[in-house]
Write a protein that binds this ligand. Structure first.
Ligand SMILES: [Zn+2]
Length: 114
C-alpha cells in the first residue's frame, strides 16, 4: 500500500488511499471501519481515527481534495486550496490543516493573496 505521508495524530500511522463505495478517502493505517447496519464504526483494534474524505470540501464547491494536496498538507502541516463562492461567483484561496475530528479544517481567519 502506498503512503501519502505520516499520520499527524499517531506514532507510526501512514496515510493510505482507500476506495469507498461512492468516493475515495485518505485514512491512517491504524484506523479501520466496519459497517454496522448503515453506520460506519471504528473497529475496536483501531488506535487512530484520522481520515479525510476526498469530498470534504464539497460544500465550498471544491469537488475533490486530491492525493497531491493531501501529500502537501501532510509534509508541511497545511496546504492551500482553491474554493469557490457561488453567491459571489468568485474563487478564493484558503489554507487547510488536518483535523482529527473532521478530517480537514479550513483556516477561515487567515487571508491569502492568490
Ligand atoms: Zn493515525
Amino acid at each position: 500500500m502506498k503512503s501519502l505521508g505520516k499520520c499527524p495524530f499517531c506514532q507510526d500511522g501512514q496515510i493510505e488511499v482507500r476506495e469507498g463505495e461512492t468516493s475515495k478517502s485518505y485514512a491512517c493505517s491504524n484506523a479501520r471501519w466496519t459497517k454496522e447496519y448503515d453506520f460506519w464504526e471504528l473497529t475496536k483494534d483501531s488506535t487512530c481515527s484520522f481520515s479525510v474524505n476526498q469530498r470534504a470540501l464539497l460544500r465550498w464547491n471544491k469537488k475533490s481534495f486530491s492525493e497531491k494536496e493531501m501529500r502537501a498538507m501532510l509534509s508541511s502541516g497545511e496546504t492551500k486550496v482553491r474554493l469557490y463562492s457561488g453567491a459571489k461567483k468568485t474563487e478564493y484561496f484558503k489554507y487547510v490543516v488536518p483535523n482529527l475530528e473532521f478530517g480537514l479544517e479550513v483556516l477561515w481567519d487567515v487571508d491569502i493573496d492568490a
